[in-house]
Design a protein around this ligand. Structure first.
Ligand code: PHE
Length: 325
């Protein structure tokens, strides 16, 4: 009797190997596991036995049952959706569109600004956010006791390094490394001890610009910035240059843009690179001239998209971020 069980198992194994479709599988299932199937017949036989023989035969039949059930279950997955009207595939239904990420409005604005300067032959460069006092202050003509250090003063690490408070640090790093002519754009994060409100954040983004050559004049600066503003904000854009002070440029200006009826809005700081900065990086300040500018990215992104509060940029609220495709 035990040999019958073994035989059925062998036969079933052979049949399993021939199954090609869901119909084949269903035929197999009915033949072995169906109500009038081979397994059921064996089950009936158990009842007719007694004692040790019954136990042993029962065990064998149960093993066969487990084998048959598992085989059917395993094959089922393979044929799923192949027949059966319920699982049929409707190719007229719209597909599932995978969700694609979008650029953060800050990065999008940076890329748009960069595009304009690339057309003018400016190269994109990068610098570290953790800086030395030399790069953030001293080389930029801001000595330890200079009052303008206050507004730029920043977060220090235990090792006397600091989180840069301006991207002007990148000017220094590149000039230490290379000789003129230079035409650079350096986007990145900066840090200031500012109290957070609708228009201030302890961290924000700047884009630094630097051009150095043997003859770079203030009219080059004006020309480049005029072009940038017209390309970026439109042909009709009006800007004005207002005298200002920065330790690392002389003369220095702030540039405002005419904004609706609200009047003038400050967008960037700029000026001719101070000879002391050239001296600090080992250039001959009598032989080179240059201009530099720094603009605030959040400011520009807020103007572009009509965003009223700077904090919206950093909250990771997808309802806000998804609006910028
Ligand atoms: N670094 C200045 C700031 O953060 C901006 C600036 C850059 C001004 C370059 C002049 C030249 O305010």
């Amino acid at each position: 009797m035990i040999s019958t069980v073994k035989e059925i198992e062998r036969e079933a194994q052979e049949k399993l190997g021939q199954i090609q479709s869901a119909e084949d599988l269903e035929g197999f299932r009915v033949l072995y596991l169906g109500r009038k199937g081979k397994l059921q017949a064996l089950m009936m036989q158990i009842k007719t036995l007694e004692g040790e023989g019954k136990k042993e035969f029962g065990r064998e039949v149960n093993q066969l049952k487990k084998f048959l059930e598992e085989s059917v279950q395993n094959l089922k997955g393979r044929f799923e959706g192949q027949s059966g009207e319920k699982e049929s595939f409707d190719e007229t239904l719209p597909g599932i569109i995978p969700s694609v990420g979008t650029l953060h409005p800050i990065n999008e604005t940076i890329l748009e600004i960069i595009k304009v300067f690339e057309k003018l032959g400016f190269e994109i460069v990068d610098g570290p956010e953790i800086e030395t006092e030399f790069h953030n202050f001293t080389a930029l003509n801001i000595p330890l006791d200079h009052p303008s250090r206050d507004s730029f003063d920043t977060f220090y690490t235990a090792g006397k390094q600091l989180l840069r408070s301006q991207t002007s640090t990148v000017q220094i790093r590149i000039m230490q490394d290379r000789k003129p002519p230079l035409r650079l754009i350096a986007p990145g994060r900066v840090y200031r001890p500012d109290t957070v409100d609708a228009s201030h954040s302890f961290m924000f983004h700047q884009i630094e610009g630097l051009m150095v050559d043997d003859k770079t004049t203030f009219s080059d600066l004006k020309g480049v910035l005029h072009l940038f503003f017209r390309e970026f904000f439109g042909k009709e854009t009006k800007i004005r240059f207002r005298p200002h002070f920065f330790p690392f440029t002389e003369p220095s200006v702030e540039v405002d843009i005419r904004w609706g009826k609200k009047g003038w809005l400050e967008i960037l700081g700029a000026g001719m690179v101070d000879p002391n900065v050239f001296d600090a990086v080992g250039y001959d300040s009598k032989k080179v001239q240059g201009f530099a500018f720094g603009l605030g990215v959040e400011r520009i992104a807020m103007l572009r998209h009509g965003i009223p509060d700077i904090r919206l940029f950093y909250e990771n609220d997808l309802r806000f971020l998804r609006q910028f495709r």
